[in-house]
Ligand binder design. Structure first.
Ligand code: DAH
Length: 338
């Protein structure tokens, strides 16, 4: 009997059923009621008393080995069947295309509008020093924008901070001293503000700068009018209101006629018909000088606008937080844009 058990154990271990049918044959042969293993158990009665313990153990090992093998293979075949049902490699691939983020779509559109009239893209670091973010831009020592409440400082004295606006790129480009300059600088900026539907501590701006001989405010107006009509449509009107920025003299803010109501008044433009979209002005001579440009020969204009704001206007998005939440239901709506 011992030899018989050993022989069956060997057979069980070496059997390789490759299909469900073969596995069923394996079960019938070894484990079914009339199978080889149960019939050995039937013969067990005949075993001499002193051998029973040993034979019993061997028989149990044989039975367990066969049952174990059956169970494992059953599970494996079931798994394989499931996965072939779920994953048919012969099916054609579903077209799954990515889409651009609305902020990227608008940034690219702004870039392209200005590139068409000779502006080139410039970039600067997001981590800036005090000189490029404030001092060279004519911010007085005690100016509130330098305050801890607005600026994320990374280190104090000498100051290192996350840039609070893309105007710092103006300084970096002017410092290089290659004139004339006609750049547009899109990028991320950081301010220590509470997050709400209208404000975020991270947002995007585009800075524009043109420095040459005889640049005038009329040039600025015409360029911005061109931008507004390209971006919001040919019916768009613009208006300038006097303002103040440390780095421009004269300074202005520009409004566009509300693209939602066409200027008639709605809740987007707070029933005024106008929406402010940017700050601008003639580069202050102090800024030109701080960057090593002779302000008696050269003049320039600059402007800066928030990308979120005009994206919200263009696509009628009423909560700025949507841009940062990565909600696919929101992002999918922009899939077809390029
Ligand atoms: N840097 C200003 C801001 O962050 C925006 C700005 C206003 C930029 C006027 C300019 C400018 O270049 O001339 O609010």
């Amino acid at each position: 009997m011992k030899d018989r058990i050993a022989q069956l154990l060997d057979e069980v271990q070496h059997a390789v059923p490759e299909t469900k049918e073969q596995l069923e044959e394996f079960r019938l042969k070894f484990l079914s009621k009339k199978g080889l293993i149960p019939s050995l158990f039937a013969d067990f009665r005949l075993v001499a008393a002193e051998q029973r313990k040993e034979m019993g153990m061997l028989l149990n090992t044989l039975k367990q080995t066969a049952e174990e093998k059956l169970k494992q293979l059953q599970e494996r075949f079931e798994e394989e069947q499931k996965s072939t049902v779920q994953f048919d490699t012969s099916l054609p691939v579903l077209p799954e295309t990515g889409g651009r983020h609305p902020i990227s779509i608008v940034r690219r559109e702004i870039n392209s509008i200005f590139e068409r009239v000779g502006f080139v893209i410039a970039e600067g670091p997001e981590i800036e020093d005090d000189f490029h973010n404030f001092t060279a831009l004519n911010f007085p020592e005690e100016h509130p924008a330098r305050d801890m409440q607005d600026t994320f400082f990374l280190r104090k004295s000498p100051d290192v901070a996350l840039r609070t606006h893309t105007s710092s790129v103006q300084v970096r480009v002017m410092e290089q001293g290659k004139l004339p300059i006609r750049i547009i600088a899109p990028g991320r900026v950081f301010r220590n503000e509470a997050i709400s539907a209208r404000a975020h501590c991270i947002f995007h701006q585009v800075e524009g700068l043109y420095v040459d001989k005889d640049v005038s405010f009329a040039d600025l107006k015409q360029t911005l009018y061109y931008f507004a009509t390209e971006f919001f449509g040919p019916e768009t009107r613009i208006r300038f209101r006097p303002s103040y920025f440390p780095f421009t003299e004269i300074s202005a803010e520009m409004d566009v006629s509300c693209n939602i109501c066409g200027g008639k008044g709605c809740n987007i433009c707070k029933y005024s018909g106008w929406v402010e979209i940017l700050g601008c002005g003639m580069v202050d001579p102090n800024v030109l000088e701080a960057c090593g440009i002779d302000s008696s020969t050269y003049t320039g204009y600059a402007f800066g606008m928030g990308i979120e704001r005009i994206t919200m206007m263009k696509y009628q998005i009423n909560d700025l937080r949507m841009f940062f939440e990565n909600d696919m239901r929101f992002l999918r709506q922009f899939e077809s844009f390029v």
